[in-house]
Design a protein around this ligand. Structure first.
Ligand SMILES: [Zn+2]
Length: 305
């Protein structure tokens, strides 16, 4: 027996719905005169099932678009199998739930959801036990894209336009989804509003370009990958976060600090807000990996930055 978890979505504009209060990314959908378009799926299985149910109450799901390959944006796709066509940038698609030496995304999804975790002590979400897929079953069809593209892509659903813009930086396959009829751009993790920015897999120079590209679009409202909905002026805030990180690490290198000294001394624990919902325990992890990855890139150990 499963009890469906209710999910409340915040109505951003007439047809745009998001939820900025879940562990994982901000999952979204847009209602149109001919069905619904989903942008990123909830990481928590019960929330994914609940959001699908809610989205489908507005009409059939036409497209499911992911903005990046990180687990918190794609894991929930599994629970949207059979609902619409999944659309991925090629650089996202190639990394979709791929196991890397330092990260097993399936294990990460499982371990990182204590409230939903069948093994967790705080089992406040009984439906998760029945929903959690066997690993082989999951990998047999994680519901990755069947429309796979490079560059940009424009989709239409009913009377709405979805401009999928390749805006790499945070990840190589990063997308921003601009919906001009709603005056909204879904930036994915090109914007972390009011919470710590994750730089690990990033190329900061590209990321700064991505912010400038988004700035040229016609919109009023940003639905970020994490944190509350903000206005376009937040582009400047995100830009300054990236610049401060980069400058701090570049200065450390110029002073001759070692990698270890840089990691120890350069951090923004007390600035740029908390870690996003449910991940407060990862603060040190983020500071360490942000500083380390920038150090490696700026010293040429890893290209980019
Ligand atoms: Zn994210």
């Amino acid at each position: 027996m499963q009890t469906r978890t209710a999910l409340e979505m915040e109505q951003v504009t007439g047809n745009v719905f998001t939820n900025t209060h879940l562990r994982g990314c901000n999952p979204n959908f847009v209602t149109t005169s001919d069905g619904v378009v989903v942008i990123d799926t909830p990481q928590l299985p019960t929330k994914a099932v609940a959001m699908r149910h809610l989205a489908e109450s507005h009409g059939p799901i036409r497209y499911l678009i992911n903005t990046e390959h990180h687990v918190d944006h794609i894991f929930g796709n599994y629970f949207f199998r059979g609902a619409g066509t999944v659309v991925n940038h090629r650089a996202l698609w190639e990394r979709f739930m791929v196991v890397f030496p330092d990260l097993d995304p399936f294990a990460y999804a499982y371990e990182s959801i204590p409230g939903d975790n069948p093994k967790g002590t705080d089992l406040d979400d009984p439906g998760a036990v029945d929903l959690w897929p066997d690993r082989d079953e999951y990998y047999a069809d994680p519901n990755k894209g069947t429309i796979v593209f490079t560059g940009d892509l424009t989709l239409h659903a009913g009377d709405h336009t979805f401009n999928l813009l390749h805006t790499p930086g945070h990840t190589p396959g990063q997308l921003a989804v601009h919906v001009p009829e709603e005056g909204v751009v879904f930036t994915g993790d090109t914007i972390f509003s009011g919470c710590q920015t994750w730089l690990m897999t990033s190329d900061v120079a590209q990321w700064l370009d991505a912010l400038e590209r988004i700035r040229t679009l016609d919109f009023e409202t940003i639905v970020p990958g994490h944190g509350p909905v903000v206005s376009r002026s937040y582009l400047d805030v995100q830009r300054s976060v990236l610049m401060e990180w980069k400058t701090a690490v570049a200065t450390a290198i110029a002073r001759g600090w070692t990698r270890e000294e840089t990691i120890e001394r350069v951090h923004f624990r007390d600035r740029f807000g908390p870690v996003d919902i449910g991940q407060g325990y990862m603060m040190d992890h983020i500071q360490t990996l942000n500083a380390a990855s920038l150090y490696d890139k700026l010293t040429g150990a890893i290209p980019g930055a």
